[in-house]
Write a protein that binds this ligand. Sequence first.
Ligand code: FE
Ligand code: FE
Ligand code: ZN
Length: 294
Amino acid sequence: MDLIIGSHVSFNKDTQMIGSIAEALSYKANTFMFYTGAPQNTTRCSIDKNLLDKAKELLKENNIDINNVVVHAPYIINLANNNNFDFNVNFLTQEIKRVELLGVKYLVLHPGSHVGLGVENGINNIINALNQVLDEDTNIVVCLETMAGKGTELGRTFEEIKQIIGGVKYQDKVAVCMDTCHIHDAGYDLNNFDNVLEQFNKIIGLDKLKVLHINDSKNIINSHKDRHENIGYGNIGFDNLINIIYHEKLKGIPKILETPYIEKKAPYLYEIEMIRNKKFNDNLINDVINYNND
Ligand code: FE
Ligand code: FE
Ligand code: ZN
């Protein structure tokens, strides 16, 4: 199977997924991830049926499988804390309906931060929330993201993710999104990725791994910082990321870049190019800055 690679793209109410697809194609991507509105708030527009039909045609024309497309839930949703718990559960229920309507399969969700409640209470809140949100008719998969462990973030170990999944009633509707920057910052050594995958398989099961976020990290292993870096420019390094992206056990899993913009310009066209070529571009910053300015 071909490499399935894309990046975070925008989504706005006027063009909806059509705009997202056009942006992904401009990066020569064959998948993409978007927030259905601003990531830092819960204001959402309704899905326009006309635009959606056109978007589905556009996907077909460009051989993009909608099963590889990913939606990211807004990161202010915190299921681990008691504050706004009902609001968050309600928002997530609505968001799942939007994702189902779009025909997208995967919704990536940060498990949440316990904010002083303690790990066990936080995890129990997440489990309760997921059990309120998911039912037997849910037609999408919530992918819990592995987190860097910044502050009181949960999901910083495979064991915590496993514990959450273990408490959910409809377990076929929960899976995992592995973020390379986050697991590196959480203390997993990506110089020995086979060992990391083996741990993942033992604790959670590789069949649960549905989405990969491919990011380099600005910080050293175990820093619990969560600051993404451009591919090959951080502490994980190009060779380790290529090893992960092309790992035979991760074939067919969508791989999504969330690396930082360079002087307000998206780096993804050039990052995807170097990933496809398996060759580090030490001129990435200039390539990105000069693009369109020729
Ligand atoms: Fe995320
Ligand atoms: Fe991520
Ligand atoms: Zn992150």
